[in-house]
Design a protein around this ligand. Structure first.
Ligand code: BDR
Ligand code: CA
Length: 315
């Protein structure tokens, strides 16, 4: 499957890309970067650093939107620095020397790729939905061409992580999420309902660390930073949640997840701003645009994740 990842790199975004590059089911044709966990330029810098260390300079990198639809600038929340590190990359230094950022806008390149590859192409969004909203605004035909779109976004049956109601990728640009959800574009949504079940623990990180390559040093260092934060998290999870990697796995291996067909909407007002709920006005609509993940085969996913990451990090 040809795969484009739209990332706000961020530690779990870096893990998602590292995982995808090691899964034989994926052919990553490019990465687009947007704001979210960090500002867009930092997401590009972090992604370029990762691709360089992984020896994948061949993967083209594009710049997406730098701020939410209704804003002119963006600054990440202080919490992002706590979870992902000062620059979104744990405390790892970045080095993107020799790496190129393509001059074409991410939004146009994604639409062109959908023209070229059609049903063979999957777009995976692991950041705010701004890139996808802009693709739909600028290229209305995109929704009839793209094979599949999978988003790490939202929460249906569990509380939010950015606010008590809202998941971070939706909360950061609820207007973009609302546009995407009401566009008629079929979506698979991997939200907190399932990502909070897929946890990576200290023993699993220690195991990967045994690879002792430059790539495993970097990626395990990122994971350790992320896990150390989760050890202090009030939810007392038994590891760090693999939000974005699970979305990639769900795109490549849909049998891992159970989904609920539903029409979702994003709330825009009041304390529930950024919350995803079922659109009650479409309750009896036989057409269901969204497939919201409500369960996951955790053990199978963790096995796949570890095997693919091992492949990426061994090179
Ligand atoms: C999502 O928010 C970001 O902080 C993570 O990278 C992930 O995409 C989880 O809610
Ligand atoms: Ca992300």
């Amino acid at each position: 499957m040809k795969l484009i990842l739209d990332l706000d790199t961020g530690i779990d975004d870096a893990l998602a890309l590292s995982y995808a590059l090691g899964d034989p089911a994926a052919e990553v044709i490019g990465v687009t970067c947007t704001y979210g966990n960090v500002v867009r330029e930092q997401a590009l810098e972090n992604t370029a650093t990762l691709l360089k260390v992984l020896g994948r300079k061949d993967i083209p990198l594009f710049a997406g939107p730098a701020h939410p639809l209704n804003q002119t600038a963006f600054a990440p929340t202080p919490m992002c620095r706590v979870v992902h590190g000062e620059h979104g990359f744990g405390n790892a230094p970045t080095d993107s020397d020799g790496m190129l950022i393509q001059s074409q806008r991410a939004v146009d390149w994604i639409a062109e790729a959908a023209d070229r590859y059609g049903s063979e192409l999957t777009l995976l969004t692991a950041g705010p939905l701004t890139t996808l909203a802009e693709v739909l605004r600028c290229h209305p035909d995109f929704k009839n061409k793209i094979g599949k779109v999978v988003c790490m976004a939202g929460a249906l049956t569990v509380a939010g992580n950015e606010t008590p109601f809202a998941e971070a990728n939706v909360r950061v640009d609820p207007e973009a999420a609302a546009e995407v959800l009401s566009s008629g574009l079929p979506l698979v949504l991997i939200g907190l309902d399932v990502t909070l079940k897929t946890l990576y623990d200290q023993a699993q990180i220690d195991n990967l660390q045994q690879l002792k390559t430059k790539a495993s040093d970097l990626v395990c260092g990122l994971m350790q930073f992320y896990l150390d934060y989760y050890k202090t998290d009030r939810r007392r999870l038994a590891g760090c949640p693999l939000h974005d990697p699970l979305a990639v796995a769900a795109a490549l291996h849909p049998e891992l997840i159970t989904t609920l067909p539903v029409n979702l909407k994003a709330d825009l007002e009041g304390p529930g701003r950024g919350r995803t709920t079922a659109d009650l006005s479409r309750l009896n609509d036989p057409q269901k645009d969204h497939h919201m993940a409500i369960d996951v085969d955790v053990q199978r996913f963790l096995k796949l994740f570890t095997a693919s990451l091992t492949r990426t990090l061994s090179r």
